[in-house]
Ligand binder design. Structure first.
Ligand code: SF4
Ligand code: FES
Length: 255
């Protein structure tokens, strides 16, 4: 197999820090191998910027295998770029053509402050998880397999919800900058299983309250979140979250 290379133009959001004004800067990215990942392409740009004595582009990443949720930028208006079900670190340059111009921006949301360039502070998502609290069922040691009967369908659905990597692309994609898809995945993965049932409603209420406190918007069924989620988390989880929230609200002062 022969390796192709492409020449592209990048317009990258550069911002010194949270209180600074940002702007798009243009860079040439010539002779980029189509076998490279998007982040490897940015590494090449950064190497050149460093050799030129200029500030490299700050961007978040860790595993580069689509599992940690650290990477994420908006490429030509789409969180994680144009490929469905793909994180930015798993996006390959073969999906672009020579002569393309790519506009690369940070995830934008009121709750995500720009730390520098493409790196944003996604700790509000951690705060939502913390608000959900622990599962207080005493699980003891490792139980025997199948000692708690769970149907294959339910186990699958819980696993699908647990695939959320907390990247925040759903927030960046949503016109309301809502964290509902993220939060619903976290609520579902526990609420579907017997061990997570006792606190399911309470957890949903606490997480929704924290989401509001962090400045995320509300869900208005735009479905942009589902379309851009690299783990293809379904919005059916939002319906489950809403049911748990209503259960928690009945009899409390929430309504
Ligand atoms: S629901 Fe999808 S887009 Fe949102 S944080 Fe989880 S993996 Fe990322
Ligand atoms: S760097 Fe870990 S998911 Fe992209």
């Amino acid at each position: 197999m022969t390796t192709k290379s492409i020449d592209i133009t990048l317009k990258v959001w550069r911002q010194k820090g949270p209180g600074h004004k940002g702007r798009l800067e243009t860079y040439r990215a010539d002779n980029i191998s189509t076998d490279m990942s998007f982040l490897e392409m940015l590494d090449v740009i950064n190497e050149q910027l460093t050799l030129d004595g200029r500030e490299p582009i700050a961007f978040d990443h860790d595993c580069r295998e689509g599992i940690c949720g650290q990477c994420g930028s908006v490429v030509n208006g789409r969180p994680h770029g144009p490929e469905q079900g793909t994180t930015l670190c798993q996006l390959h340059m073969r999906h672009f053509n020579s002569g393309d111009t790519l506009v690369i921006e940070p995830f934008r949301a009121r709750a995500f402050k720009v730390v520098k360039d493409l790196a944003v502070d996604r700790s509000p998502l951690d705060k939502i998880i913390q608000a959900g609290g622990y599962v207080s069922v005493n699980t003891g040691g490792t139980p025997d397999a199948n000692s708690i009967p769970i149907s294959a369908d339910i186990a699958e659905e819980a696993m699908d919800a647990a695939a959320c990597i907390g990247c925040g692309a759903c927030v960046a994609a949503c016109p309301n900058a809502s964290a509902m898809l993220f939060m619903s995945a976290k609520v579902s993965q526990l609420a579907l299983l017997p061990q997570g049932r006792p606190e399911a409603a309470k957890r949903a209420l606490a997480m929704v309250r924290q989401m509001d406190a962090c400045g995320f918007g509300n869900c208005s069924n735009e479905r942009e979140c589902e379309a851009e989620c690299p783990k293809q988390i379904s919005i059916t989880h939002i319906a489950r979250l809403n049911r748990e929230f209503i259960k928690a609200g009945i009899g409390s002062s929430v309504f």
